[in-house]
Design a binder for this molecule. Sequence first.
Ligand code: PHE
Length: 336
Amino acid sequence: MKEKIEELKKLTEVEIANCKSLTDLESFRIKYLARKGSIAELFDTLKNVSPEERPVVGKALNELRSNTQRLFDERKVLLEMSVNVETKIVDLTLPGRRRWIGSLHPITQTLNEIKNIFFRMGFDVVFGPEIEDDYHNFEALNFPPDHPARDMQDTFFISENVLLRTHTSPVQIRVMETQKPPVRVIVPGRVYRNEAISARSYCLFHQVEGLYIDEGVTFSELKGTLVAFAKQFYSSSIKFRFRPSFFPFTEPSAEMDITCFLCSGKGCRVCKQSGWLEILGCGMVDPNVYKFVGYDSEKLSGYAFGMGIERITMLRYGIDDIRILFDNDVRFLKQF
Ligand code: PHE
């Protein structure tokens, strides 16, 4: 038994020096250190040793095991550091190991681009609370008390008067309450809606709101600004159209469509064969709104617009399920 231990000790010392790769090292581990390896086998025969000799042999065996483990660990460190195991010199010519440093979320990337475009046109970026009151989210935006958007189905109420904002428009009110005209801001942020979760809708998403108030602001300025934005954000060759629409806080109201950039307007699944994609809602601020914030509706005029960031991002990258934007799965995020 003692000779066997001695023999194994010499063998492991020779063989560890021959391990030139992590694969070699793994074979070494299986041969000697694993549960069915030579050392474990020797431990199994310990019961055949006479009781007087057993403590001494047992001690020698334990030493063999810890010695072999130490040889293994040291070798592993060397091999993992790409150290030349012969000379123990680090090979500086080996390519470095790449570190994953993460990337900006596609929503953040879209938001940044939108912010930059409007920033260049002179808009300030402001923020507002995600927990809002009924007054700012609805009442001051000229929502009649019985408007369906106040319905429990769309809004997450926290109490009768407190809710999670359903759009970024309440920040229009907050800005006008605290700032004298002229006002020229965009408001990026999260909004919440109590909708059934599906590939097309989620309980939270992002919007960018825009608001411009001054003396003599016209609808053609609204169009000009939004077209300039769309040409920079999408492409200078896109076509666009404004469709009449309705929002309680703008009059007149419109929705802006651009030519579907997936089929160039020919009609496809994404644009539902229409050739057009709706990208935002907008309109001239309703004079009623000015009353709530103490602005003079005789002197002032202005426009507002709002767009959904998830929708824009999904169209851009061909993402067909909104939920994937909220999963934070690195396999998805790595692609951006
Ligand atoms: N707040 C509107 C919505 O969420 C969008 C909008 C903003 C429309 C500003 C007009 C003006 O649908």
